[in-house]
Design a protein around this ligand. Structure first.
Ligand SMILES: Cc1cc2nc3c(=O)[nH]c(=O)nc-3n(C[C@H](O)[C@H](O)[C@H](O)COP(=O)(O)O)c2cc1C
Length: 220
């Protein structure tokens, strides 16, 4: 008899050894310093897609929405990524400019969670980043109305072909007005280091209105 409700067991995650520890004595006053250290270590240790982050937004009905985007820069102003302002995420961020970003680097059993308020990157900075992208990516930003329904694949490809004809010179492709950057200004960071027996380290930085950070340890 056909089983309509198969149970898919995905097994146990086994951590037989530890990749590291995260102790209060390791923590800088500024979370950005630790973020930068972990990001550099993720890049240097050859993690796949070290800049990929899960971006959570909230729609107008309060329903959460998530997807992966690539971190393109970070500094005291926040974490920057680029996208289409008219996409689902863009519309959600325009209506409710709050987001959560989550990084996971499996090879070092590390996770960073960031939450904060979102603003658009200024036009000049978005222009400069757009012009640094390969020609086909710039044309793709024109050809794709991100998140809109497409009748079929051919429609997208002919839209791309039309853009190739419209902009034959790679030097001559302006940034589409609906494409640009967002910056998340963090109000909270959580650094998570996997440890043996699931006794993981979780250290949270929270900021107050004056901009000072307080650090707390959370149960795993
Ligand atoms: C590894 C990876 C990197 C991605 N990077 C980006 C990105 O930087 N910007 C972007 O708009 N979409 C990126 N995407 C596509 C998004 O996940 C998503 O499909 C798209 O942005 C539409 O999301 P939305 O409909 O929620 O707006 C990436 C996807 C993957 C898997």
């Amino acid at each position: 008899m056909k089983n309509d409700n198969p149970v898919h067991s995905v097994g146990q995650l086994r951590m037989e050894y530890e990749h590291g520890t995260l102790l209060e004595s390791d923590l800088p006053m500024e979370p950005l310093e630790l973020f930068d250290q972990w990001m550099r270590e993720a890049i240097n240790s050859g993690q796949p897609e070290p800049h990929a982050m899960h971006l959570s937004t909230i729609d107008v009905d309060g329903m959460p929405a998530g997807r992966i985007v690539l971190l393109r820069g970070y500094d005291v102003r926040g974490l920057t990524f680029y996208t289409n302002y008219s996409s689902d995420k863009g519309q959600q961020l325009e209506a409710n400019p709050r987001a959560a970003a989550t990084f996971f680097w499996p090879q070092s059993e590390r996770q960073i969670r960031v939450t904060g308020f979102v603003t658009r990157v200024d036009a000049a900075e978005s222009d400069a980043y757009f012009q640094s992208r390969p020609r086909e990516s710039r044309l793709g930003a024109w050809a794709s109305a991100q998140s809109q329904v497409l009748p079929n694949r051919e429609t997208l490809e002919s839209s791309m072909e039309a853009m190739r004809m419209k902009y034959p010179s790679p030097l001559d492709i302006p940034r589409p007005p609906q494409w640009g950057g967002y910056r998340i200004k963090p109000i909270q960071y959580e650094f998570w280091q996997g440890r043996r027996s699931r006794l993981h380290d979780r250290l949270k930085y929270s900021t107050n209105d004056a901009g000072a950070w307080t650090i707390t340890r959370l149960s795993p």
